[in-house]
Design a protein around this ligand. Sequence first.
Ligand code: SF4
Ligand code: SF4
Ligand code: SF4
Length: 252
Amino acid sequence: MSKPKVAFFDFTCCEGCQLTVVDSLQTHPELLDAVEIVQFREAMSEKGEDYLIAFVEGSLARPADEERLRGIREKAGVLIALGSCAHIGGINTIRNRQPLQQVRQYVYGEKWDWFDAYESRPISAAVKVDYFIPGCPIDRDEFIHVVTALLQGREPKLPDYPMCVECKLKENVCMYDKGRTCLGPITRAGCGAICPTYGDGCEGCRGLITNPNLDAAEDVLKEHGLTVQDIMAKMDLFGSYQMMEMEGVSYG
Ligand code: SF4
Ligand code: SF4
Ligand code: SF4
């Protein structure tokens, strides 16, 4: 029986999620036996164009990215956003808070108009995304879980409850009680609340849960003498695109 063909693609990103994939596969060689990888720039030089499952890393940063992504979507039976950049736009979307031309001039100087660019966005802004694996970088166990489920013909299930649940199960002292801030009340669990566990507030790299209770989150802030404004910079770090969408900004 032929094995499902899998390909990995990257757009604007640091490629850290692909590195996590390589790392995960080292400890799960059975998955390498179960699929045929036909394209994976970070790990091999072959470039097969026939694939069933496409993993796409990185956010869209220029109009030409959309055409390339649509080509991938046409060939793939299943398309999966890999990591925060592809899933929610991620760290690249911080630049959307500044006027685009100013950003281009800052980066490219006098030659700014030689380089095409538009407001950075998640891949779902241009194509249908079947599944996503959140995080910056992705969680290696979650990657294995998603791939295993797909190969077994099951729907991959991701947690859709707030990080605080995982954090409390770990019996961490809340960052707010330490005078710090944290996006745990509205961020999708699944990383094991790694940042609060190691002494840092969650910065929301896994994106918002489906129905974030923003009122309850505001109450937590109020209890600690804070306002949404005090955590806006944190919310914008990975979530500028989502935040700006909620503010009614759209890029057409
Ligand atoms: S989500 Fe993070 S680790 Fe993954 S490619 Fe983007 S910046 Fe890199
Ligand atoms: S707000 Fe942050 S530190 Fe506090 S319980 Fe939630 S995840 Fe943990
Ligand atoms: S705790 Fe928050 S910022 Fe840290 S890895 Fe998890 S989702 Fe990302």
